[in-house]
Design a protein around this ligand. Structure first.
Ligand SMILES: NC(=O)c1ccc[n+]([C@@H]2O[C@H](COP(=O)([O-])OP(=O)(O)OC[C@H]3O[C@@H](n4cnc5c(N)ncnc54)[C@H](OP(=O)(O)O)[C@@H]3O)[C@@H](O)[C@H]2O)c1
Length: 243
């Protein structure tokens, strides 16, 4: 079982919400963090950088754009010879989630969600794989959702979000089949219901503050598992979800 206490991480969607909480939590644990910055106008990362000028480096990163993801990998590769922990956190939801099939679905919006939530992590892993290959830990983490579980699906709408997360889960499973034998380790995760910015403004009716959600997530991302050869979708309370 491979265990390391600190190292170098990349977190996508790190400006605010869970990604910011994960970045902060890793810095507190002594990690060096490249923080994917999608919203340069949002001040939190720069404020955190003042606290951790050597350990935190924001990097422009739009997971919907292969050019942006490749440029970010280039920037990180110039500053560091490896990435030990790659956290695919960036995700989007939709204001049109509640539209039922009897009404007109917004297909442009569905494409946007699929592009960010399902294809974004593939772009990121593809571009950063040479840097992760240099690591001993080789850890690839994916923030998915209970919404991606087909087996437990109960919603009667939310097509685009749920389908994008189910597609992410399949993408991670294929990647696991491909890369596990090369020493890569995988974490697929549902972070709980977070008071985040997914609706555009910070929500106040969910269970967890983003920082609190990060304190649940980080041990799962960092801890060794006895059974690395089995891909599991785990939630913040340590419950396994069926695919
Ligand atoms: N919130 C929940 O209850 C919940 C539940 C289950 C799973 N999740 C998952 O948890 C992850 C984090 O969500 P969160 O709740 O922290 O949401 P959040 O507060 O909206 O944070 C996500 C961050 O990612 C950014 N982002 C959006 N599109 C991006 C792109 N193309 N490239 C890079 N970054 C991008 C967002 O920017 P903008 O604000 O400009 O979009 C935002 O800064 C997501 O994958 C989400 O699906 C959340």
């Amino acid at each position: 079982m491979t265990k390391i206490d600190t190292g170098t991480a990349l977190v996508t969607g790190a400006d605010r919400g869970l990604g910011f909480g994960l970045t902060q939590g890793l810095l507190e644990r002594g990690w060096r963090v490249f923080a994917g910055q999608y919203m340069p106008e949002w001040p939190q990362l720069e404020e955190l950088r003042a606290q951790y000028p050597d350990a935190l480096q924001p990097v422009p990163l739009d997971v919907a754009s292969i050019a942006s993801v490749r440029a970010a990998a280039q920037t990180v590769g110039t500053a560091s010879e490896r990435v030990d922990l790659l956290i695919n956190n960036a995700g989007v939801t939709s204001r049109t989630n509640r539209t039922p099939i009897s009404e007109r679905l917004d297909y442009d919006e569905a494409h946007r969600l699929y592009n960010v939530n399902a294809l974004g992590p593939l772009r990121v892993v593809e571009a950063f794989l040479p840097l992760v290959a240099e690591s001993v830990l080789k850890r690839l983490c994916f923030v998915s959702s209970e919404a991606g579980s087909i087996n437990r699906a109960e919603r009667t709408a939310w097509y685009a979000y749920c389908m994008s997360k189910a597609a992410l889960n399949m993408g991670v499973k294929i990647m696991f089949n491909d890369l596990r034998s090369q020493g890569y380790t995988f974490r697929l995760y549902h972070p709980g219901w977070i008071r985040s910015y997914m609706g555009g403004t910070k929500s106040d009716d969910a269970d967890l503050e983003p920082e609190e959600a990060a304190t649940y997530a980080l041990p799962f991302f960092l801890r060794a598992r006895a059974d690395e050869d089995r891909l599991v979708l785990m939630d913040y309370l340590g419950r396994e979800w069926p695919f």
